[in-house]
Design a protein around this ligand. Sequence first.
Ligand SMILES: [Mg+2]
Length: 180
Amino acid sequence: MLGFKKDLNNAIPDSYCQNIYQINFNKLKEKQIDTILFDVDNTLTYVDDINIPVETINLIDDLKKQNFKILLLSNNHEPRVKPISKALNIPMIYEANKPRTKSYIKALQMLNSKKENTVAIGDQILTDIIGAKRYGIKAILVDQLSNENNIKTGIAHKLQNHIVKKLSQKHLFKQGKYYQ
Ligand SMILES: [Mg+2]
């Protein structure tokens, strides 16, 4: 966490929404966004649940119809991410090592997309948001789909809650608004 202070600006998402279903994708289209990098666990799916919520399946179908280019960008392992990638029929990068930027570079190469036309969506400030902002793409924070605490994310979540509280106090979040 030593380098975190340097990353404070990168910790601020461009937008915050309660979940992926609340995001105004038409507005993103208007802002010339054509590419979406989705985090998987707790963003598209409940953590450790092999079933994909029907709302997520419908949303992804919808986004494909709107010609968004979509990719799953997950720090989780292949056995977790691959079945979801197959079921949704969208490409993936697993073990993405967010917030490191290498996988973002690879993702945009795979999709033949540009930074300025890309948004990343995820539930974790320390990985999803900081990674995207470091690389220079827009980022939308969503609440976790699940509130279950597990050992892997417990401490990170306490820290995230702390950061969100601090940023909220400074009025750096404008809920649901897309701003820069
Ligand atoms: Mg997640």
